[in-house]
Design a protein around this ligand. Structure first.
Ligand code: PHE
Length: 340
């Protein structure tokens, strides 16, 4: 009997030892000691050799060993579970102090900023915004503007032709003709938009750029009105002290025509690097709408007169923001765009 007890004791000791050391598979230990073919069962089978008096005591002892092993297994199971949970929590810990992911916020392009500012000025003066197609008829881009085929003015605007009759507009002036065709005076519109010329890219040229056209047609419109509007535009955009100068020029669709300079806002007319020592900066083309253009669009030049002007939005943006290379405007580099 003592032999059996000793074996049971050894089993208990061994099992507890193994349970203590095990970190994963407790089931294998349970099977080894308590299973049908396990060590404990095997020992109990040997109980047949015991006398009837001895059997209950040994049986009781064996039951205690089984209960102890089961309890140890259960306890270890809970420990492992807890350990796994802690491990998982540690691994999946959310560090709320970690820096977040940065979302890049966009920024308005300097050309958009300038265009909107210009639009605001003219909307405030009662103008409305008119749009026209960028893929335009030769008729509107040239003929309706008193530039017939073979007219030398076509050479100064190196045009992308799509067919004989269709082109990429080289100026925003075709919008004038389109508006006048549809609408009798009073007309007061601006037309900002893209224009195209077959120029090589450099610091001051691009085959795609933007213009803003203005047109006013009504009774009694004079060059004084044109000057007043352009002076106001000059002061609002470049500062109160800006002066305006008209130089005689030629455009086929205006008569008389002028190139308009603004006094240099950097040196106030003294002459500096920006104005190349001139004291003046050329800003736009303008003039009184040619009677032929008016009548061609169905507006009676005996009753109505009007003025038109047009300028490059890039040029205004470059002057205003001191941008010395036009190419920067088309590269979409946020380091550049974000500065304005
Ligand atoms: N369309 C002319 C150009 O691109 C500018 C202009 C517009 C001149 C309106 C006079 C009147 O050069």
């Amino acid at each position: 009997m003592n032999d059996i007890k000793e074996r049971l004791q050894n089993i208990l000791g061994e099992a507890l030892e193994q349970i203590k050391a095990e970190t994963q598979d407790l089931e294998q230990i349970r099977v080894k000691y308590l299973g049908k073919k396990g060590d404990l069962t095997r020992v109990l089978r040997g109980m047949g050799s015991l006398s009837a008096e001895e059997r209950p005591a040994v049986g009781q002892y064996a039951n205690n060993v089984r209960a102890d092993i089961e309890a140890a297994l259960e306890k270890k199971k809970q420990q492992l579970k807890e350990y796994q949970l802690q491990k998982k929590l540690a691994e999946e810990k959310l560090d709320v102090t970690m820096p977040g992911e940065k979302f890049e916020i966009g920024h308005r392009h300097p050309l958009t900023l300038v265009r909107r500012e210009l639009e605001d000025i003219f909307l405030g003066l009662g103008f409305s915004i008119a749009e026209g197609p960028e893929v335009e008829y030769d008729y509107y881009n040239f003929q309706a503007l008193n530039i017939p085929p073979n007219h030398p003015a076509r050479d100064t605007q190196d045009t992308f032709y799509i067919t004989d009759k269709i082109l990429l507009r080289s100026q925003t002036s075709p919008v004038q003709a389109r508006v006048m065709e549809k609408q009798q005076p009073p007309i007061r519109i601006i037309s900002p938009g893209r224009v195209y010329r077959s120029d090589d890219v450099d610091a001051t040229h691009s085959p795609l750029f933007h213009q803003l056209e203005g047109l006013v047609v009504d009774t009694g419109i004079t060059m004084g009105d044109l000057k007043g509007i352009l002076e106001l535009f000059a002061k609002t955009t470049f500062g109160e002290e800006t002066k305006v100068r008209f130089r005689p020029h030629h455009f086929p669709f205006t008569e008389p025509s002028a190139e308009v300079d603004y006094s240099c806002f950097a040196c106030h007319g003294k002459g500096c690097r920006l104005c190349k020592g001139e004291g003046w900066i050329e800003i736009l083309g303008a003039g009184m709408v040619h009677p032929k253009v008016l009548s061609g669009c169905g507006i009676d030049p005996e009753v109505y007169s009007g003025f038109a002007f047009g300028f490059g939005i890039e040029r205004i943006a470059m002057l205003k923001y001191h941008i010395d290379d036009m190419r920067l405007l088309y590269e979409d580099d946020m380091r550049f765009i974000g500065q304005f």
